[in-house]
Design a binder for this molecule. Structure first.
Ligand SMILES: [Zn+2]
Length: 278
């Protein structure tokens, strides 16, 4: 099984027979543009990204929550690749507004394993990073071009993946539902670290405990640290200091990793890797 990180919490997982993806956010509209103008999913950018990845078909796209930096392109990616789109009711409203065939949308059922080839995927309850913008649920179909405000958060999920005897967790948002991951092991955790350095020391420790120690992960791959308004065609840049302190978050992870015997590996965009290490 190979995993390819594609910025924010977009990750492609594939083996020789099947392929699944989280979020599928490729358009990455510029910051000013995304605040001042309605958002549009950029078909050309998406087509170019899928072609660079060599992906012509996907079995499923799983949306971690409905903010635009996760859900903006998901129905388009699903449409282009014939994938099921799996997500919350809010994500369903985005899919409906984009005109995705309703038979292709699968409402997420927490704790219910879904099977795509050798992939067993289970969506687990998660909580958004504290003080997230645009909370609440989407109650009506989102027809593009739509405002950034229309992409309300909706339900948040942590995505547990079993492939053969290996397991991983894609945990996009820097927060947790206490106990939600109990009983779920993960060899590797793709750990959302947006604004981690802005949280209290107690919160950081609790987050590490609830997500990394709880799952027994031996490896952590930080995600959601890149400036998501810069194009994916250029090397990823960390969120700027006015927004976050990615360096401080990384220092924290390095210390905890060292103390608890967890390897911390920064992902490179576009590089298909074996996610479990040796
Ligand atoms: Zn969000």
């Amino acid at each position: 099984m190979r995993a390819t990180f594609l910025g924010v919490s977009t990750i492609l997982l594939q083996d020789d027979a099947s392929a699944i993806m989280t979020d599928g956010f490729f358009s990455r509209p510029g910051l000013l543009k995304s605040l001042l103008r309605p958002l549009v999913s950029d078909e050309e950018i998406i087509a170019a990204a899928l072609s660079r990845l060599g992906v012509t078909s996907l079995d499923a796209v799983f949306v971690t929550h409905s903010h635009y930096d996760h859900a903006l392109d998901a129905p388009v990616v699903a449409q282009r690749t014939g994938a099921d789109l799996v997500g919350s009711r809010s994500t369903g409203q985005i899919a409906a507004g984009y005109g995705l065939d309703s038979a292709k949308f699968r409402l997420a059922e927490q704790g219910q394993p879904m099977h795509y080839g050798k992939f067993e995927v289970t969506l687990l309850p998660a909580e958004h990073t504290p003080k997230g913008k645009f909370p609440g649920s989407i109650e009506h179909p989102v027809r593009p071009p739509a405002s950034i405000r229309d992409y309300k958060q909706g339900g948040c999920f942590s995505i547990h993946v079993r492939h053969g005897d290996r397991t991983l967790l894609i945990h996009a948002s820097t927060n947790f539902v206490p106990g939600a991951l109990a009983g779920y092991e993960a060899d590797t955790v793709y750990l959302g670290i947006a604004l981690l350095a802005k949280q209290s020391a107690a919160f950081r420790d609790e987050y590490w405990r609830e997500v990394v120690l709880q799952t027994g992960a031996r490896r952590v791959i930080p995600i959601h640290w890149d400036a998501f308004w810069k194009p994916l065609s250029k090397p990823l840049r960390p969120l700027p200091r006015v927004v976050d302190n990615v360096q401080a978050s990384m220092r924290y992870l390095a210390e905890r990793g060292e103390a608890d015997g967890v390897q911390i590996t920064m992902p490179l965009a576009w590089e298909a890797v074996e996610p479990f290490g040796r």
